[in-house]
Ligand binder design. Structure first.
Ligand SMILES: *Cc1c(COP(=O)(O)O)cnc(C)c1O
Length: 434
């Protein structure tokens, strides 16, 4: 895979370079020059394949110039070792549950594949790397789990004290081994500034092989395409012949970009619905053709509180670049917190199915689109997190106590280990050098 920068001011790179660099120096995003189409036989046999088989075939089509089949198989098997089941919650409406990985959110797909790929490249070159990540919550947990006990990789996670939920904090601070959590006396932006400053610091970069694991890394995008094929396989197993619509609860728009990659590789998709909360920059762009970033607003679906989505350019390019092309692939919808809570309660009372707030935003997005159609479709709502990760909102909205999976309740009883630090770079640097 050869990748270019969307700003065209930085040279083309190999997969390995893109994975370790993360961002091109011209501040664009890396994009593959070529996205291959999968053979017809793949789609004919897809209903007989497991998600790991599918992941292998899709990644082989994309990455076979960089990695041998045997190695790729090992990388995929290590990363994609949990399922993504589809649940039909009402007629023609399916929930694709992407939260069965270790951190119970869909970010496990991206983080685990990135870790597996980095570890493979490092073993080949006999190098070590020190990964720095700033997190406002969910990303940190998935990254920490993804890199946990990975040979050659040391991970330092910076999070703002008092600003992440209990469960999120425990996911960051109870692993140990090669994962260290730093509790920063500041905001998420302070954490991010510390990481940026570390990459620019000459003493640190000469002493350590520093790398970033941020969400725009191409190795996090690729594995998110796997489960769109998996959803299609599940529908085929049920004998579905209706056109397929995916509704994606979106924040930085990486997830929906991966869906567009799947479509470019041949997956038949009638439409993608980009569903957001009140942070509706993209639904507005889809409606008007104008992209106007905003200051982000806080909502109950807080993993999507993004005012300037970092993958916008990727999404636009993958959907044909010009607005009139883009809207043939993607339509937008946004929901208020009030509407989101109402949907969570109404679906629970009618079907007993519990949706996290992000999933409920997507449920509403799907309905608002299918209501405009005069044909039946198979609607797939991507469920990006387990409801118990948002326990307070869920119990308050549903008016009842809900069951918490053992994996999360066990976590709450574990002891937190974090190193408290100020937001001053001198302190952070002193810590890293010590
Ligand atoms: C990160 C996240 C999203 C948004 O995904 P993007 O790829 O940034 O659009 C949605 N839901 C949950 C639970 C998340 O953690």
């Amino acid at each position: 895979m050869i990748l270019y920068s969307t700003n065209h001011q930085s040279p083309d790179v190999s997969l390995e370079e893109a994975v370790f660099r993360g961002l091109p120096s011209d501040n664009g995003l890396y994009m593959p020059h070529i996205i291959p189409t999968l053979p017809v036989s793949f789609f004919e046999n897809i209903d007989k394949m497991s998600i790991t088989d599918i992941a292998f075939e899709v990644s082989k089509a994309l990455l076979s110039d960089d990695i041998s089949d045997d190695d790729l198989k090992m990388i995929v098997e290590r990363a994609i070792n949990f399922d993504a089941p589809m649940v039909e919650i009402e007629e023609n409406t399916y929930v694709l549950e992407l939260f069965h990985g270790p951190s119970m959110a869909f970010k496990d797909f991206g983080a685990r594949f990135m870790a597996s790929l980095m570890s493979y490249f490092l073993q080949k070159s006999q190098k070590d790397v020190h990964i720095l990540v700033a997190t406002s919550g969910d990303t940190g947990g998935a990254v920490a789990q993804g890199f946990y006990k990975t040979p050659g990789i040391k991970v330092t996670i910076l999070y703002p004290t008092g600003k992440v939920s209990d469960i999120q904090e425990k996911q960051l601070t109870t692993l140990g081994e090669n994962v260290t959590a730093l509790e920063i006396d500041g905001t998420f932006d302070d954490c991010q500034s510390l990481v940026k400053a570390a990459f620019l610091d000459k003493d640190l970069s000469s002493k350590f092989n520093l790398a970033s694991a941020n969400s725009i890394n191409i190795s996090r995008l690729i594995p998110q395409s796997f489960y769109y094929f998996q959803a299609f396989a599940a529908l085929k197993r049920q004998g579905n012949t209706k056109p397929v619509v995916f509704c994606v609860p979106s924040g930085n728009f990486g997830n929906i970009s991966a869906g567009l990659i799947a479509k470019r590789m041949g997956l038949p998709v009638k439409m993608f619905v980009a569903a957001t909360n009140a942070n509706n920059v993209i639904p507005e762009y889809l409606k008007t053709g104008n992209y106007v970033s905003k200051i982000s607003q806080e909502t109950i679906s807080n993993a999507m509180d993004v005012g300037n989505p970092s993958n916008f350019i990727r999404m636009r390019l993958l959907a044909g670049d010009v607005h009139e092309q883009v809207v043939t692939h993607i339509t937008g919808d946004f929901s208020t917190d009030t509407a989101t809570r109402k949907a969570m309660k109404e679906v629970f009372e009618r079907t007993n199915y519990i949706m996290c707030p992000h999933t409920a935003v997507a449920y509403l997005g799907l309905k608002s689109y299918t209501d405009t159609l005069n044909e039946e479709v198979a609607g797939v709502v991507l469920s990006t997190a387990h409801y118990a990760k948002f326990l307070d909102v869920v119990e308050d909205t549903l008016g009842t106590k809900v069951e918490v999976p053992e994996r999360l309740s066990d976590l709450l009883s574990k002891e937190k280990v974090a190193i408290p630090l100020s937001k001053e770079f001198v302190d952070f640097k002193k810590y890293l050098l010590s």
